[in-house]
Design a protein around this ligand. Structure first.
Ligand SMILES: Cc1cc2nc3c(=O)[nH]c(=O)nc-3n(C[C@H](O)[C@H](O)[C@H](O)COP(=O)(O)OP(=O)(O)OC[C@H]3O[C@@H](n4cnc5c(N)ncnc54)[C@H](O)[C@@H]3O)c2cc1C
Length: 339
């Protein structure tokens, strides 16, 4: 197989394809990293009847697809996929392997790295190329108090997992062309030691939050669970989603999927409402891509107020209630007018 000098591989995680776009986001970033280098961007697909995903990956920037298709790969298996990835990487020597930090990716990537005898930076929030041509892997460290910049100078491939929502996918373009390399299933693939008894898809609140154009985020300044619930009503009126800080999730006022921050979701809404949130770095690190921030806080010196485009010095609950009332009146007025 002909190879460019460097190849950047993106492991294809197509489970829950429409909600989880991390593979497409990584393909976009891989294209960005490949610019200016003699590198090809390659999606690595394991599975069965994957044609539509392969076409999607090419339309989203994969110049090549390494495809291992077999009925026995119809379900994601850490054991099988690890052996496959080890074999393929051994045969084709990629420079870089990027994997989405999904529940599967977080289990799969370290096993692959161990077998290939290389390093892995988990949960990256940024990737760049250094002047020496190394992959700069940017990830929160020491509980999010530091941002570490990590390189893998002596080993290849360079490996990183990346949080969903960190990068923007390329627009779908049917005119893009890519080479599909079909690789037969190697003979020595282990049988699954795990037996799947049942499979149930969890309703994924998380992805909706990451993709939402309007996010209504609340913190301890909402004061009580009852008052916090009003944010759901406001979000519904605005066709948005609710996000929360860690104390809110810990208190059980919102579920885990609503957590915004270093330990939760990275959001990129057009408008972010921030009610009663101080603006700790662990939270704001995941809100930097918001286009427009409206913060409500009683403390004018709160970091969130300083970051905001509009800072409202007021009680969070009162402002939330007033917005709900105003929106309902507008909706009512519109329906009166149309009758
Ligand atoms: C390892 C680690 C990881 C973490 N990861 C995350 C994470 O992913 N996401 C996250 O959010 N946090 C995370 N945290 C916690 C983070 O450090 C902060 O403690 C948290 O974000 C603070 O949440 P808060 O703003 O709701 O609360 P507070 O910091 O207590 O702020 C409450 C704010 O409400 C204001 N306020 C009070 N009353 C009112 C009122 N009536 N009206 C209006 N405003 C009012 C106050 O002035 C204050 O600014 C992490 C911490 C660690 C150590």
């Amino acid at each position: 197989m002909s190879q460019s000098k460097h190849s950047i591989w993106v492991f294809a995680d197509y489970r829950n394809y429409f909600q989880n776009r991390v593979t497409l986001q990584l393909l976009a970033k891989a294209n960005d990293l490949a610019t200016g280098m003699d590198a090809e961007v390659c999606a690595v697909v394991f599975g069965h009847e994957t044609d539509e995903y392969v076409a999607e990956y090419i339309a989203h920037g994969a110049q090549k697809v390494l495809l291992v298709e077999h009925p026995s790969l119809n379900r994601y298996s850490v054991e099988k996929f690890t052996v496959l990835m080890e074999k393929l990487a051994g045969d084709h020597q990629p420079t870089t392997i990027l994997i989405g930090a999904t529940s599967f990716g977080r289990e799969f990537a370290p096993r692959v790295a161990k077998r290939l005898g290389t390093g892995l930076t988990a949960d990256c929030i940024g990737l760049e190329i250094t002047s020496e041509g190394h992959l700069l892997q940017i990830a929160p460290s020491f509980g999010g108090n530091l941002i570490a910049e990590i390189i893998t100078p002596d080993h290849r491939p360079q490996m990183a997992t990346v949080r969903p929502g960190t990068f923007q996918e390329l627009p779908h373009d049917n005119t893009r062309r890519g080479e599909i390399v079909r690789i037969p299933l190697p003979k020595k693939i282990p049988a699954d030691r795990l037996r799947l008894v049942a499979y149930e898809r969890r309703i994924d609140h998380d992805q909706r939050l990451e993709e939402a154009k309007i996010v209504v985020c609340g913190g301890r300044g909402m004061r009580s669970k009852l008052k916090f619930r009003k944010l759901f009503e406001l979000a519904q009126l605005l066709s948005g989603e609710v996000g929360a800080t860690r104390p809110i999730v810990y208190a059980g006022w919102a579920d885990d999927g609503a957590l915004v921050g270093q330990a939760g979701k990275h959001i990129k809404p057009r408008i972010l409402f921030s009610f009663g949130i101080s603006g700790a770095i662990q939270h704001t690190a995941a809100t930097t891509d918001a286009d427009f921030i409206i913060a409500v806080n009683k403390n004018p010196n709160a970091t969130m107020m300083k970051m905001a485009d509009v800072a409202v010095l007021a009680d969070a609950n009162q402002v939330c209630s007033a917005l709900i009332k105003g929106l309902k009146e507008r909706i009512q007025a519109k329906s009166d007018y149309s009758e």
